[in-house]
Design a protein around this ligand. Structure first.
Ligand code: HEM
Length: 538
């Protein structure tokens, strides 16, 4: 290609494309001026001092010095893939979302991640995994920002900084990198018993998945769907892998961490490259949108709760196939910006207090991580729907907006009239009635049972899964320095199940305490077991 040129309209030219492809017969600087040498600084003689006037040296080093952006404050380590979502149309009765209508195909980008470790940490640590999906629908972007565990550690987002500070490496030595085996984590979860259900889940096999391709995904919160007639339904989203749910065992996970810290990343990329495209069915559990937002006595606004699949079966609504690897990790996997507030008509949020905080947090953190407010313009984040947003200027603005009247209403640029009451395919918040009450910093009484659902989980495990859980608690707690933390955690275990508690206590050489709450009388849910229960996919 020839020397760099810029078209009068500012649109991308052959020069921009050549830079992206790293091709062309000449190397140039960032301004498109041809270079004759990029290996030697400009000096006063071959053995003389380097000159400050060397603008090529300064540009090259300056750019390199700024190559890194902050890693995500959580979920820093991840791997992504492109794909397609094929809707079955079975959700049409409960949502007007266009991408869930029969036979609609929607491009997607998925990022899987670990939560605690930094960008360079190992893949097969014991941790929760992120499972975030961006649907580029014709009605705008919809993000389903989920995890591979259906519950969360906390019931209110105001505690997110606390749980993350406790789970991250110790502030003094910055160890351990990405293991849960440390005092601050166990200190927090033993003092803060609403974390019990999530902790039990990730001490189980789901904490060490065999492959990203073999994990379930969960939206965790209850969402509200709205259909064409305005009727609402509460739902929980589930991804079910066609390959089934499989895990490593702890010794394997540790060996793999040493042998191939990129194990999950490599597995995903290799499978896609080989044409073994991973697939998940998306499903929903549906619940009537009653004023109390409970189902069979389970508070649907409490994100530490599951609803057993035996009580509310997961109904398949579409199939996702990941069929293309990113061509540039930074531009795609690193710069992708998921947000629970990226919603499309037909999908709304509920008053889950954890979700409320997330609705603030993602946008906020991305302003820092991606350098200002214009990250929706990055190629991986661009909607596949027309954008006419009146948002202007700012750091890293790359759009050349036209017109003189970026405000509404206006009489200069034609404007976009809002016709009251007309169906414009717009996103309309569901006009649900909110409860009346006093302004308080309190949780509802229904959030106070922290042990019944963990007990259900324990009772649902097969013998081999129980052995893994006992082994995991014994290993992790054995690494704590403070005996008081081990003792307090045994009390939590006693409130779940006496056998679990006594086996871990034996392993730690400590006495097993008696429960301090009556053991819950709950039915097991075989679907919670990876061995005992899977979804009938094919
Ligand atoms: C990132 C899931 C709770 C703040 C992520 C990611 C996932 C995720 C999957 C990685 C996204 C990616 O791949 O880029 C969840 C789930 C939660 C939860 C399932 C609970 C149900 C929270 C809460 C907060 C929060 C309560 C804060 C109040 C963040 C932040 C990031 C993040 C700041 C980094 C985002 C970025 O830098 O782009 N979360 N999260 N999360 N999450 Fe959450």
């Amino acid at each position: 290609s020839g020397p760099a040129t810029v078209s009068p309209t500012g649109s991308p030219t052959g020069a921009d494309q050549a830079r992206m492809a790293q091709s062309g017969s000449h190397l140039t600087n960032a301004q498109g001026t041809r270079l004759y040498d990029t290996d030697h600084s400009l000096k006063a003689g071959p053995r003389g001092p380097v000159l400050l006037q060397d603008h090529h040296l300064r540009e090259k080093i300056m750019h390199f010095d700024h190559e890194r952006i902050p890693e995500r404050v959580v979920h820093a380590r991840g791997a992504g893939a492109h794909g397609v979502f094929q809707s079955y149309g079975t959700a049409s009765a409960v949502t007007k979302a266009g991408f869930l209508a029969p036979d609609v195909e929607t491009p997607v980008f998925v990022r899987f991640s670990t939560v605690v470790g930094s960008r360079g940490s190992a893949d097969t640590v014991r941790d929760t995994r992120g499972f975030a999906t961006k649907f580029y629908t014709s009605e705008g972007v919809f993000d389903l920002v989920g995890n591979n565990i259906p519950v969360f550690f906390i019931q209110d987002a105001i505690k997110f900084p606390d749980v993350v500070h406790a789970a991250k490496p110790h502030p003094d030595r910055e160890i351990p990198q990405a293991q849960s085996a440390h005092d601050t984590f166990w200190d927090f979860v033993s003092l803060h018993t609403e974390a019990t259900h999530h902790t039990l889940f990730f001490m189980g096999d789901r904490g060490i998945p065999r492959s990203y391709r073999m994990m379930e995904g969960f939206g965790v919160h209850t969402f509200r769907l709205v259909n064409a007639e305005g009727r609402t339904t509460l739902v929980k989203f589930h991804w079910k892998p066609k390959l089934g749910v499989h895990s490593l065992v702890w010794d394997e996970a540790q060996l793999i961490n040493g042998n191939d810290p990129d194990f999950h990343r490599r597995d995903l990329a290799d499978a896609i490259e080989a044409g073994a495209y991973p697939q998940w069915e998306l499903g929903i559990q549906t619940f009537p949108d009653t004023p109390d937002q409970t189902f069979e006595g389970i508070d649907l606004l409490d994100p530490t709760n599951i609803v057993p699949e035996e009580l509310a079966p997961v109904q398949p609504i579409g199939l996702m196939t990941l069929n293309r690897n990113p061509s540039n990790f930074f531009a795609e996997t690193e710069q992708v910006a998921f947000h629970v507030g990226h919603l499309v008509p037909g999908i709304d949020v509920t008053d889950d207090p954890l979700l409320a905080g997330r609705l603030f947090s993602y946008l906020d953190t991305q302003i820092t991580r991606l350098g200002g407010p214009n990250f929706p313009q990055l190629p991986i984040n661009r909607p596949h729907a027309p954008v006419n947003d009146m948002l202007r200027d700012g750091m890293h603005q790359t759009a050349v907006h036209r017109g003189v009247a970026p405000y509404q209403p206006n009489s200069l640029d034609g404007g976009c009239p809002f016709t009251a009451g007309a169906d414009m395919g717009a996103y309309i918040e569901t006009p649900v009635t909110v409860p009346e009450g006093r302004k308080v910093r309190e949780a509802p009484e229904s959030f106070s049972d922290h042990f019944s659902q963990p007990r259900r989980f324990w009772l649902s495990m097969t013998p081999v899964e129980r052995e893994h859980i006992i082994g995991a608690y014994t290993f992790e707690l054995g690494k704590c320095y403070e005996e008081a933390i081990r003792v307090r955690t045994l009390q939590v275990l006693a409130n779940i199940d006496p056998e679990l508690c006594s086996r871990v206590a034996d392993g730690l050489g400590l006495p097993a305490p008696e429960p301090t709450v009556p053991l819950a009388d709950v039915e097991p849910s075989p679907a919670l077991s990876q061995v005992g229960g899977t979804w009938p996919v094919d």
